[in-house]
Structure formats: C-alpha cells, structure tokens
Design a protein around this ligand. Structure first.
Ligand SMILES: *[C@@H]1O[C@H](CO)[C@@H](O)[C@H](O)[C@H]1NC(C)=O
Ligand SMILES: *[C@@H]1O[C@H](CO)[C@@H](O)[C@H](O)[C@H]1NC(C)=O
Ligand SMILES: *[C@@H]1O[C@H](CO)[C@@H](O)[C@H](O)[C@H]1NC(C)=O
Ligand SMILES: *[C@@H]1O[C@H](CO)[C@@H](O)[C@H](O)[C@H]1NC(C)=O
Length: 301
C-alpha cells in the first residue's frame, strides 16, 4: 500500500515536471507567433482607422528586439570611434536602429504575425525600426505617408504602420492622434495617468507587448489627414518601440528613377543602418531635383 502510494506520487511529480517543461518549451518550439486572436484587438478610432492589439508580442520578442538594437548601437559607436567619425554621432544622438527583415527566426516570426494581423504582404514592409526615447524625448506630430516622388519610388505610398511598444513607460510617451475624430459614444475617462500632451487627442498608452496599427491612407488610397500622430515626451521611465511601415506595393522592388544608383560617401551604409535616411533625409536622399549622397544605401534607387 505504502509503496503504491509513493509510486503514484512519483508519477504525479514526473507528470508535473513534464508539463512544466513542455509549457516553457512550447513558446520556443511551435510558432505561436503566427496565431492571431481578433478578440485581443480594440478599436482606438475610425478616423484614422486605428486599433490596438493587446499582448501582440511576447516578453521574449520584446527583449529580443531591444537587445538587437542595443548591440547595433554599440557596434556603430565603436565603428565611429575607429573611423574617427565620433563628431557625427554626437549630432546624431542615435537612438534608432533598423533590423534587417527576417534577420533571425524571432524577427521573421514577428513579421509573419504582423502580416497575418494586417492582411498585408510581408514584402510590402520596411525593415523594423527600433527606437529608444529617454526623458523628455518625443516625436513631433507628423504623417507617415510621403507625398514626394523620391520617397514613394520604393513600394509606393505607406499605407499602414504597426507600432509595437517594447517597454512600459511610467509617465508620458503616449502615442497621440491630435486630429482623430472622437467616436460618437462618450468614452469613460481613462483611469490611467495620461500626460498633458496625450490629452490633446486620442491617445494610446505604451504598454509592453501591445501593438498599435493605424492606416495612413483611406481605403480609396487617398492620404488620411486624420492619421497625424505624435510620440508624447517621456516624463518618467524609458520607452522602447518598434515600428513596421507597410507600403501599398512591394518594398523590395528597387525603382531606379535617376539612372545612376550610387552612394557618394563611403559611410553611407553605416549611416543608413543608423536610421539617417529617415532622420537626415535631405542629406541622405535629397529630392528628385537635388539628389542626396546616400541614395543607394537608403534604397531609393
Ligand atoms: C573611443 O576611443 C577612446 C580612446 O581612443 C576611448 O577613450 C573611448 O571610450 C572610445 N569610445 C567608445 C564609444 O568606444
Ligand atoms: C506592464 O504594465 C502592465 C499593466 O499595464 C502589467 O500588467 C505588466 O506586468 C507590466 N510589465 C512589466 C514588464 O512591467
Ligand atoms: C551616370 O554617371 C556617369 C558618370 O558619372 C555620367 O556620365 C552619366 O551622365 C550619369 N547618368 C545619369 C543618367 O545620371
Ligand atoms: C564623407 O563624409 C565625411 C563626413 O561628412 C567627410 O568628412 C568625407 O570627406 C566624406 N567623403 C567623401 C568622399 O565625400
């Protein structure tokens, strides 16, 4: 009797251990990344069309994106030192990094999940950009769509943006749509702390793992001016986000608009990796009339 009881206890414990092991491995072995659960999506606004998916990324995925960006930041700081370009990086205050598409299985999994959620093909997406905002840092109101020829040469217009929050932010750092139209039904006032900036429109509070999807174009393909948005200043804490911009056409198509596709500075590739194509557009890309120095690395030709 006693022996039998000990035996069944052993089995019980073994089963327990096996199920714990199985559960912790499951997230690595299977690809829950491509499973999308529509009930986790909340509508933020119809003008612009904006939605939040709660818990879109796992902790592992958030940490992975942050660590990829951190190592890239470190690598470029060292490269700057070696090449004696440290002066430039001071100007840059570089906090943005592009992570090449499908860089590893985790990144590819996130990209699969984005395309499953948005119903937009993977090849229409740009590389994921990871941004870090520290105290006081913000992103002034802007549109994600471009209207100039150079910027829509590759993949056409940006149709949608998926903004993923990788950290919780204690105060501030909300994404706000200042021109969004309030839904007709009055919303209950949010219990969460919202910064003054966030009160100027419809705001989304950054929460680790959540993803915000909004469209920059109407279904008619006309740019939606309600899609104006801003990143509110971070008041307390640190904000890490990852952005995927999605175009109406394949972003992998290189449309050559000038004939010659060259970089005019040996540092172009590195600058492009640091996000200069976006931050320093005039120098890097320029305009059709006055082309920039790094059009090849910025992949606009
Ligand atoms: C750059 O090099 C100098 C010395 O050559 C060193 O003191 C400094 O810490 C280096 N900076 C970085 C970011 O590696
Ligand atoms: C982030 O905040 C949410 C509540 O808004 C909480 O459930 C979650 O545990 C927090 N995550 C971390 C890593 O602090
Ligand atoms: C391409 O570059 C060559 C040499 O730099 C130049 O002669 C030619 O005019 C350029 N072509 C175009 C279309 O800009
Ligand atoms: C590349 O840019 C750096 C920094 O602006 C500059 O010092 C260097 O002369 C440039 N090289 C060429 C070939 O223009």
């Amino acid at each position: 009797m006693a022996i039998e009881r000990i035996y069944s206890l052993q089995i019980l414990i073994l089963n327990l251990i096996a199920s714990i092991l199985y559960q912790s491995c499951e997230s690595f072995l299977t690809t829950p990344s491509s499973i999308i659960n529509p009930s986790k999506v909340k509508q933020v606004s119809w003008k612009p069309r904006a939605f939040v998916y709660e818990g879109f990324l796992t902790d592992l995925e958030c940490d992975h994106l942050i660590s990829l960006a951190k190592s890239e930041l470190k690598r470029s700081a060292v490269a700057d030192n070696v090449s004696g370009q440290s002066k430039l990086s001071e100007v840059r205050t570089s906090s943005g990094m592009f992570i090449p598409k499908g860089k590893d299985p985790i990144v590819a999994g996130i990209e699969d999940k984005i395309s499953t959620w948005t119903f937009l093909p993977k090849e229409n997406g740009e590389d994921i950009q990871v941004l870090r905002y520290e105290h006081g840092q913000k992103y002034d109101p802007h549109y994600d769509y471009f209207t100039d020829k150079v910027n829509i040469a590759r993949g056409g217009h940006r149709i949608a943006t998926v903004l993923m929050y990788l950290t919780n932010v204690t105060k501030g750092g909300e994404t706000v749509f200042p021109q969004a139209e309030e839904p007709s039904r009055r919303r209950t006032p949010p219990k969460d702390y919202l910064s003054e900036c966030a009160k100027k429109g419809i705001a989304v509070k950054p929460r680790r793992g959540d993803a915000l999807l909004f469209f920059s174009l109407f279904p008619t393909a006309i740019p939606d001016q309600n899609s104006l948005h801003a990143g509110c200043p971070v008041i307390e804490g640190e904000k890490w986000s990852a952005t995927k911009w999605i175009h109406v056409d394949s972003f992998e198509k290189n449309l050559d608009i000038g004939g010659n596709c060259t970089d005019l500075n040996e540092s172009c590739e590195r600058w492009a990796a640091l996000g200069e194509c976006t931050k320093n557009r005039e120098y890097m890309i320029g305009t059709a009339e006055l082309p920039g120095y790094c059009r090849r690395s910025c992949k606009v030709c």
